[in-house]
Design a protein around this ligand. Structure first.
Ligand code: GLP
Length: 243
């Protein structure tokens, strides 16, 4: 586990983008596992800039996103499909056919999750998986639980997650109650993992996830067992790490 502490959000975003850019340069047809949430927005901004100035080529890159709300149509501006197009895909030369987000509109949860898991396997898994961190330690939408979920599955979102995400919706009632998400096993199979976190609000969970006991009650803690994890956090999010 490598921890990179940056001055602020901008610096975190630049360093995280540089790690992703290095992956694309090293393997132009790499499989990137991508994340949503407010944390990676700056990372995607840097990637778009580097594409625009000719330093990055996405023409062969394939992507698999972590998760999607169940039931939200793709054109809903809170769907993760919409988010990815808005923040990255529409601004770089990626082939739409090479981008993948679970289909939240497929009412058959088992079929959709099995299709998505098989798709990731057919790609040979993620070369690099980008992850944000929920306040309760969730990664993707793998909520604290009694055990680690292995493969892509349908989850009931926790009250605290609905509360945290309601800022993007008209009200908490409008936040979908379920999501399709890669499992912990799907995430752990990635060859490299890159975690981003910023702000004081994430300081407790960053310390707990990476220095506390490994337990499904803190889903991100499993990353302590992954052989190639880089954590890029700003000073505020790093403030409770052991010195
Ligand atoms: C959501 C996403 C996660 C994300 C988390 C943190 O619930 N499903 O993938 O990491 O929120 O979001 P933020 O980056 O906005 O703090």
């Amino acid at each position: 586990m490598r921890i990179i502490v940056t001055k602020d959000y901008e610096d975190m975003s630049k360093k995280a983008a540089a790690i992703i850019a290095a992956q694309v340069a090293e393997k132009p047809d790499c499989v990137l596992g991508l994340a949503t949430g407010s944390t990676p927005i700056g990372t995607y901004k840097n990637l778009v800039e580097w594409y625009e100035n000719g330093s990055l080529d996405f023409s062969q890159v394939r992507t698999v996103n972590l998760d999607e709300y169940r039931g939200l149509p793709r054109d809903n501006d809170q769907s993760y499909y919409y988010f990815m197009h808005d923040n990255l895909f529409n601004h770089v030369n990626i082939d739409e056919a090479n981008t993948n987000v679970p289909d939240g509109t497929n009412p058959d949860a088992d079929a959709e999750c099995a299709r998505y898991e098989a798709l990731i396997a057919s790609y040979g898994g993620q070369d690099l998986q980008l992850l944000g961190l929920g306040h309760n330690g969730h990664i993707g939408f793998n909520e604290p639980a009694q055990e680690f979920d292995k493969t892509t599955h349908c989850v009931d979102l926790q009250e605290s997650t609905i509360e945290a995400n309601k800022r993007f919706f008209a009200s908490a009632d409008d936040v979908p109650k379920q999501a399709y998400t890669m499992g912990i096993g799907t995430i752990m199979k990635a060859k490299k993992i890159l975690v981003v976190a910023n702000g004081e609000g994430k300081a407790d969970i960053v310390a707990k996830a990476f220095f506390g006991p490994v337990t499904p009650e803190v889903p991100a803690s499993i990353l302590q067992f992954h052989p190639n994890v880089t954590i890029v956090v700003d000073e505020a999010a790093a403030s409770k790490l052991p010195r």
